[in-house]
Design a protein around this ligand. Structure first.
Ligand SMILES: [Zn+2]
Length: 406
């Protein structure tokens, strides 16, 4: 769910080096990076049997294989390292260059869990296609008979395991008595060397060391859910101003598409600003696994692969079914004016009329404090189902199309 940007970044360290020293170090850093950026760097360690890497280059990971890696984007206070699991489904040898490179990332917000299952199930289903015979745990099919795979998919099922640990959407930083940072507002991040705080460096590690500062990725989808406490359908944010984004959104066969200018610092908008078509897919409520919405999103990923010609033996043009997709340009939020207990009459995807009473707020005695009404005619996107509310909280979001007269 769209949230107001949270800027609780810790104070950044002040550079105290002399300019000449700093320049020399930067030059050295650039030289070192220049000699190592075009290869996957293995640290030599393993975790749960899988290699730990500090940098990914999809062109040198095993072809015809689904590989698993760990990458540590940061260490918490006291030196506790965080580890991100990374799938890389690499197709035929030549397709690292000739095929599309797709990033599927999930759960940058730690309470958004449908996306975790989506990425896990996408790679399980890829494994079952028999198109990755190099995968020792996969079915041993002949690559040619299975048609091979044309391209590469990078999957990040849990981008914020610390958020999962804390049962929290945001990322906790210990410095200065502690801050919570919305990681989806700090991309592409800032390294520690460049003066970033820990959350900035964490984002920079994903951006640079997994996605190669876009060199590993042509198309990207970032999976989210609503904030905990709300119900919603399968929908997406899409910035139609960049070529390719509308196609990504339509292939989702979503319940709603929000044509949207994006959010600075979000993963989606960082991709779009870098010229990489990307959307934010919102998969129902937070903190649960909804099988129907998970399966619809996994199916979307395979439609997208088909559309990107990643299955070497397929050439069919995908025609998305948009008959149930409600496409909007604006949201209208109905918020409560009082803290208390909210009762909402409308359900997800219900059509409402401007002025329609859609709920009410009670005090602790059960006396009605106010009626809640729709400010516009449109379709309900999400409904708060946690009845305990504080003043100012949005309880219903209505999608609608703004006209010239609005
Ligand atoms: Zn989110």
């Amino acid at each position: 769910m769209a949230q107001p940007p949270i800027h609780h970044n810790p104070p950044r360290p002040t550079a105290t080096m002399l300019p000449s020293t700093k320049t020399a170090l930067l030059t050295l850093t650039t030289l070192l990076l220049g000699s190592t950026t075009s290869q996957t760097i293995y640290t030599g360690d393993t975790l749960q049997g899988y290699p730990i890497i500090s940098s990914l280059d999809i062109t040198d990971v095993p072809s015809n294989t689904i590989s698993r890696f760990w990458l540590s984007p940061a260490e918490g206070q006291g030196g506790l390292p965080y580890f991100l699991p990374i799938f890389v489904a690499r197709g035929s040898e030549e397709s690292a260059h000739s095929g599309k490179r797709l990033s599927l990332s999930a759960s940058i917000h730690g309470d958004e869990l449908n996306p975790v299952a989506v990425v896990q199930k996408i790679f399980a289903r890829l494994n079952e296609t028999g198109r990755f015979p190099g995968n020792s745990s996969g079915r041993q099919h002949d690559e040619v008979s299975a048609g091979g795979f044309n391209g590469t998919i990078i999957g990040l099922p849990t981008q914020n395991p610390q958020g999962n640990l804390l049962n929290q959407r945001n990322f906790f930083t210990s410095s200065s008595n502690g801050f919570f940072t919305n990681l989806n507002r700090v991309f592409p991040g800032v390294t520690i060397e460049e003066g970033g705080g820990l959350p900035d460096a964490y984002a920079a590690a994903i951006w640079n060391d997994v996605w190669g500062n876009t060199t590993n990725v042509d198309v990207a989808v970032d999976f989210h859910t609503l904030s905990t406490g709300s119900l919603g359908p399968l929908w997406c944010y899409a910035d139609y101003r960049l070529d390719g984004v509308q196609r990504l959104a339509e292939l989702l066969e979503a319940d709603m598409i929000k044509i949207d200018p994006g959010e600075p610092g979000s993963i989606e908008t960082t991709w779009v600003e870098a010229g990489v078509p990307a959307i934010t897919v919102e998969i129902g409520p937070g903190n649960i696994w909804n099988a129907t919405l998970i399966n619809r999103t996994v199916d979307y990923a395979f439609r997208l692969m088909e559309d990107l010609q990643m299955f070497g033996d397929s050439s069919g043009q995908v025609v998305p079914d948009l008959s149930e997709t409600y496409i909007v340009t604006n949201f209208s939020g109905t918020a409560v004016s009082y803290s208390g207990w909210a009762e909402v009459d409308v359900g997800v995807l219900e059509d409402v009329e401007e002025g329609q009473v859609i709920g009410r707020v009670y005090n602790s005695w059960g006396d009605k404090l106010e009626d809640l009404s729709a400010a516009v005619s449109g379709r309900v996107l999400d409904v708060l189902v946690d009845p305990a509310v504080e003043a100012g909280t949005g309880v219903v979001t209505i999608g609608y199309n703004a006209t010239a007269s609005d």
